[in-house]
Each structure stands twice: as C-alpha cells, then as structure tokens.
Write a protein that binds this ligand. Structure first.
Ligand SMILES: C[S@@+](CC[C@H](N)C(=O)[O-])C[C@H]1O[C@@H](n2cnc3c(N)ncnc32)[C@H](O)[C@@H]1O
Length: 360
C-alpha cells in the first residue's frame, strides 16, 4: 500500500441513518490537521487519515500503527510535505509485504519517500518499526521535486536489505522499492494463470514471447520454461535489474530484459529480437502510446494478450488494434477473442482485464 503524508486532513461526514436507508453526505469538512493516509477522491492535497487498512497484510498494518503513533510527536520533529508551499519532509509511506523464499514467512519492506536526505530525523521512527519482526528492509527514497511522485532520485537503505522476495506461480521474485510488483499476490497468481491460458503457448519451446511493460519480469518468466525465448521491455532501470536477477534466481537462461521507454520507440525497435509469436502488453493506466500501436499493427504477431487496469484506455487500444486508427491511416488487423476481468483490488471500483486478440 502507498500512503501519503499531508498537511490538510480530510474528514468525511458521518453516515447518517434515515430509517432503513443510509445516506452518505458528500460535503467535506477540512481541518488543518496533519494526516497520513489516502488521498481524498479528486483532491491532490487532502488526505484521509488512516489508522488501519484492511487491504494490507497484518504485519504491514502493524507498521502503519507504529508510524501513526510516532510521526506527529513534536519531540521527533518530523513534518509532512506541504504540496502548496513546498516545504516539509515526509511525502509518502510505502509498505510492501513479500515472503521469505526459504521459510515462507512474511517479509515487509517500508519505504519512506522524503523531500531531502535527513536520516537522523527518521531514525527514531526506523528504530521503532524495526522492532516488528517481519520488517526486513527500511528504505528512504529522496524526491526533491515538487510533484507527487513516489519514485526517488536517490535511494538509501536505512535498515536490513535493499529488497524483499515474493513467490508467484512457483517462481521466486526479488522486488526493490521502485520496481512495480502486483499488489495482491493471491490474485496475481489467478491473473498470471489467465494470461498464460490466453497466450496459449504450445509448450514445445518453439515460440518467441515479447513481454512489453514487463516490470520485474514476472509474466515473461512464468512462461519461460515453455517458450523459446522471452524478451522483456520496461522503462524503470531498477525493475530491469530485478528482472535479470529474477531470471538468474530461477535458473532461467532464455530471457532478455531491455530498459527502454515504450512511448519513445523508433525504427530500430524490434530489430534486436526475432518476430514474436505472442506479445504480452501490460501498460499502466495511460495505456499504449500511438507509436507502439503502430508498431504492433506493423509486426502483426499472431496473438496479443493485452492486460490492463484501466477499462477506458483498454477499450481505446483494443479498438485501435481491431479497427485501426483512421486519422493516422492505420488499418486494424485483430479480432478480440475474450476479455476476462480479474478483481485485483477488492473493495475498490478498480478492475483488471485480460484481453486476447488474434490476427485476422
Ligand atoms: C501495470 S505494470 C506491469 C508490470 C508487470 N507486467 C507485472 O505484471 O508485474 C506497468 C509497467 O510498465 C512500466 N512502464 C510505464 N511506462 C512505461 C513506458 N513508457 N515504457 C516502458 N515501460 C513503462 C512501469 O514501470 C510498470 O513496471
């Protein structure tokens, strides 16, 4: 889970009983209180204070509780970052839970995103958190920009190791603070099984798989034993480093991971690997850039499995691949065979979809 520190606490008006009906009041009460929690819908500066979060693991909740009872203590001198005045120190708190690959016990990584590097100020908090036995890694990402990003320009390990591990579909994965990793491991197992089923690999080791937006290499690596070669592309250098380590960790030698921005591909893209039989594309919420759509419509792989957490950009990109893009003079060549929704984010309105496209 990723929580934000803020200077404006957002308070939701209580639910109001009206006989059998329950009415939720939409107005908000704003106080000037500091807060650590989740952004109120539609507000970049208002934060709903969260004491306990049922979406995360129990050890992660213990971390949140310790941080909440400590960080506002004036004796420590920690301040939340003010997104209007651009002053203050604490920006985000990220808590990730994985598993020790030998013992299967939970491993927690705590990542403080701060506006500058002041480890002495963080240490009283770090000392308390590290009393929780599951905490094996405390990281400090320093992000001095005025934006809301949780990715740091510099990363420091304040305690323990720089990464944690997780098991998915029988493979071990190393995850570092800035690498994308599916937040719901149980459902990620379901998701990856559906992706593999949709990809329909023959399993005879003859096919080339291109894993676009590969993160730490998870999807491609789960296919590797049934494919000839996997090529993964991803923009975050730490994720590519993790993907290479993950291939080694699992004894996989037929996977190549390349760091690159898929929004900025040029004519040379695709020259460094054979024509793919299966393309997996798992972009983040903005979906695929027109340059990538164009390339996909040129290369004409027999199957594309498009994985998306944003139904709006998913529908747009599927439409482009099936029906083309008139204003760009591009013809569509695919037929949509199936769309399978997966509930990766229970108790939220978000949904992930696995879509299978076949060349017409
Ligand atoms: C939804 S995640 C999927 C990651 C991976 N497939 C998985 O299942 O763990 C999207 C990934 O796309 C990467 N990404 C975002 N924009 C990108 C771009 N322009 N070029 C390449 N990768 C990008 C992100 O860093 C992230 O790792």
């Amino acid at each position: 889970m990723e929580f934000s520190f803020g200077t404006k606490r957002w308070v939701q008006k209580e639910l109001k009983d009206k006989g059998e009906e329950v009415e939720v009041k939409q107005e908000t009460n704003e106080t000037d209180g500091y807060a650590l929690g989740l952004h109120a819908p539609g507000f970049f500066d208002k934060v709903l204070h969260v004491q306990k979060c049922f979406l995360q693991s129990e050890p992660a909740d213990k971390v949140l509780a310790v941080v909440q009872e400590t960080w506002m203590d004036p004796a420590i001198g920690l301040t939340p970052y003010d997104v209007h005045k651009h002053v203050g120190f604490l920006k985000h708190l990220m808590i990730r839970t994985g598993r020790n690959i030998s013992t299967g016990t939970p491993e927690v990584m705590v990542n403080f995103v701060t506006s500058c590097y002041k480890p002495d100020v963080l240490m009283p908090l770090v000392d308390k958190i590290t009393k929780i036995p599951e905490v094996v890694s405390v990281i400090n990402n320093v992000n001095s920009s005025v934006g809301n990003s949780s990715v740091g320009e510099q990363e420091y390990t304040l305690y323990g190791k720089p990464n944690i591990t997780e098991m998915l579909r029988g493979l071990a994965f190393q995850i570092s603070a800035n690498s994308f990793f599916q937040t719901n491991t149980k459902q990620a197992d379901v998701l990856y099984k559906l992706i593999e089923d949709s990809a329909g690999l023959k399993g005879d080791g003859s096919e080339i798989v291109l894993d676009l937006f590969c993160g730490t290499g998870t999807i491609g690596l789960t296919f590797a034993r049934r494919a000839k070669h996997i090529y993964g592309y991803e923009v975050v250098p730490e994720a590519i480093e993790d993907a290479r380590k993950n291939a080694k960790l699992n004894g996989i030698n037929n996977a190549t991971f390349v760091q690159g921005d898929l929004n900025k591909i040029n004519e040379s893209f695709g020259k460094e690997f054979p024509k793919p039989d299966i393309i997996i594309s798992d972009p983040n919420r903005p979906g695929m850039h027109m340059k990538l759509i164009k390339w996909l419509l040129e290369v004409k792989a027999p199957r594309i499995v498009y994985v998306s957490c944003n139904p709006a950009t998913c529908a747009r990109d599927l439409d482009y691949l099936c029906h083309g893009v008139e204003e760009k003079d591009l013809r569509g060549f695919y037929e949509l065979k199936s769309v399978i929704p997966v509930d990766m984010f229970p108790h939220t309105p978000h949904i992930e979809c696995v879509c299978l496209l076949e060349l017409r």
